[in-house]
Write a protein that binds this ligand. Sequence first.
Ligand code: ADP
Length: 161
Amino acid sequence: MNKRTAVYPGSFDPITYGHLDIIERGLEVFDEIVIAVARNSEKKSLFSAEERIRHIEEAIGDNPNITVDTFDGLLVDYVLSKDARVILRGLRAVSDFEYEFQIAQMNHNLKNEVETLFMMTSVPYGYLSSSIVKEVASLKGPVESLVPPVVRQALAEKFGG
Ligand code: ADP
């Protein structure tokens, strides 16, 4: 039987416990997850793609069912190049819905063999985002309940503290 692979794309700037929760739960459904760090995101990132990858690799440790990669260009092309058919995304508050709905429809239009599956956030992470983490860290607030130690350290180096 073919392996069921999902691509979990995002900025991961930086990775949070919310992302890690989706990855862990995603592995209950899929045999393999490819974490795909977007290089060409329009968002200006705090960490370089290489730094983001290093944080992710350190946070997930050794797991043969997880790969970390970067991608440029159209996500659907990347997904097919990995022999996958599924894009995994997390959903938090209602505010995520509109944007995710648009992108999922567009991706399905581009390649109708690619499906986007959504996983609801776990309650403790409903309002956790990379942006809020950066804001708290920039104001020297505590982030250890929000991000893995490697990210806490990297944020402290960026912002001092
Ligand atoms: P993007 O810039 O593509 O939105 P992010 O790194 O912000 O990238 O998010 C990647 C994916 O992870 C998105 O599907 C997002 O909804 C999901 N995600 C982010 N934070 C959480 C969280 N706390 N709980 C569940 N899903 C999350």
